[in-house]
Design a binder for this molecule. Structure first.
Ligand SMILES: *Cc1c(COP(=O)(O)O)cnc(C)c1O
Length: 427
């Protein structure tokens, strides 16, 4: 009913997620609240394992930084792609082994590089200058750090411009033509050991052909590096596989479709070059997005030039509609089986005209007090939330076989004050 999501069902007119009644969840934990299906999460990572039995999967922590979620993925054998000291800390606390962590970033602080070195994780180096800094820091610490190079492959993808990351004009990565010389330089330097290449071409990509294009370009580079005696042991193709947000759209490509697009390219070129390398993938969205729904309560229904539905979550809780004009499917959770009645524009409580979660959406009758569920909110949902407008962040709940467990408490008003300091002269 919801585009192949068997963990989301309608039972007696209520929306259920993995056997739990969402109306009951909203009553028990309050709204807004993010609710994640553990069963779906495990299923999603297992689909990647089946499609890529010989590759490592590093979950992109920026998509969802909840420690329980990362821990479940770690138990399922996933590693982590981290973009800051904070994400590295979360991944380690969640139990991800250091040899399965890659520290990424285009603008890393010295302290972050030092933390990567002392934690013993690999680093994806984004520039020649960063390579020099890292070499100095590793030498100071008396350590050697394994590095991959983030390549800018100059590949355009059909996605929102804010999430295309492999264009020539993008801030990420080293231009492909400079990679060989930097690799060669690194082979001579102290404190760093070049072990591979890395790229990430963008996010919410619904056609697998750019991935095979990227794989071919990376294999060309691996060939150039082999030619100068370099050893490319690891090839990291990043994340970016899209999901089907709109149940009326066509299904998104699966991890198996991705495997069919990239594995033959890598195998053929590896054979030609006589090299063997381990593949790494960094899926974020395609692991967590569809595991999670956001439940909100309707505060007001206002008939103006359109009919507005004001709910208790805005772009402070779910930023994607405002940031990327993203579509999230909406279900009236307490009337989930009802017929469509009208078109509604669903807005949040934030004091900005841009705080619109959905425009002209056909829904059953909506009334004050109803619970609206936004589907596919597990990626770049909570992790992008803010306290704007004095709004504490919401709770997160994990559902497993019908049982509900809190995995993050809702913030209270004290969270708004947590780091504020009043100088004595103002008291
Ligand atoms: C964001 C990001 C990912 C994850 O992208 P998804 O589209 O969520 O799969 C992977 N790798 C890097 C380097 C990223 O920046």
């Amino acid at each position: 009913m919801f585009g192949g999501k068997d963990h989301i069902r309608v039972v007696n007119n209520h929306l259920y997620i993995s056997g739990a009644d969402t109306v009951e969840i909203a009553e028990r934990f309050g709204t807004p609240v993010y609710v994640t299906s553990e069963d779906r999460l495990r299923e999603n990572i297992r689909r990647y394992h089946r499609a890529f039995p010989d590759a490592d999967k590093y979950f992109a922590v920026k998509a969802n930084g909840n420690i329980s979620i990362i821990r479940i993925l770690a138990h399922e054998g996933a590693g982590a792609d981290v973009f800051s000291a904070g994400e590295l800390y979360l991944a380690r606390l969640a139990g991800v082994p250091r040899e399965k962590i890659l520290f990424n970033g285009n603008s890393k602080r010295d302290e972050e590089l030092r933390m990567a070195v002392t934690s013993g994780v690999r680093v994806s180096v984004d520039s020649e200058e960063e390579l020099e800094t890292l070499s100095r820091i590793a030498s100071e610490e008396g350590k050697s750090v394994e590095v991959l190079f983030r390549v800018n492959p100059d590949i355009s993808v059909d996605t929102h411009p804010k999430i295309a990351t492999g264009l020539k004009s993008s801030k990420f990565g080293i231009p492909a033509k400079s990679v060989k010389s930097i690799y060669e330089k690194a082979m001579q330097m102290d404190g760093v050991e070049p072990v591979g290449l890395h790229c990430h071409i963008g996010s919410q990509i619904l056609d697998v052909s750019p991935f095979s294009e990227a794989a071919a370009r990376m294999m060309d580079l691996a060939g150039e590096i082999a030619g100068i005696g370099g050893d490319v042991k690891l090839l990291d193709l990043g994340g970016g596989l899209g999901i089907q947000y709109d149940p009326a759209a066509s299904p998104a490509p699966s991890p198996q479709d991705l495997a069919n697009a990239v594995l033959p390219v890598i195998e053929r070129r590896s054979e030609e070059l006589g090299v063997r390398m381990r593949l790494i993938l960094e899926p974020g969205r395609s692991i967590v997005a569809d595991t999670t729904i956001l439940l909100t309560r309707v505060n007001v229904v206002k008939r103006a030039h359109v009919t507005f539905v004001g709910v208790d979550a805005g772009f402070n809780v779910l930023a994607r509609p405002m940031l990327y004009d993203a579509y999230h499917h909406i279900v009236v959770a307490n009337r989930a089986g009802a017929e469509i009645s009208d078109k509604y524009t669903v807005v949040g409580p934030i004091c900005e005209s841009g705080d619109v979660l959905a425009r002209d959406r056909a829904l059953p009758v909506v009334e004050r007090g109803d619970i609206l569920a936004f589907l596919d909110a597990g990626a770049y949902g909570f992790s992008m939330s803010s306290q704007y407008n004095g709004q504490p962040r919401p709770a997160e709940v994990l559902v497993h076989d019908g049982d509900m467990e809190l995995i993050r408490k809702a913030e209270d008003i004290n969270a708004l004050l947590a780091c504020q300091v009043i100088p004595p002269r103002l008291v």
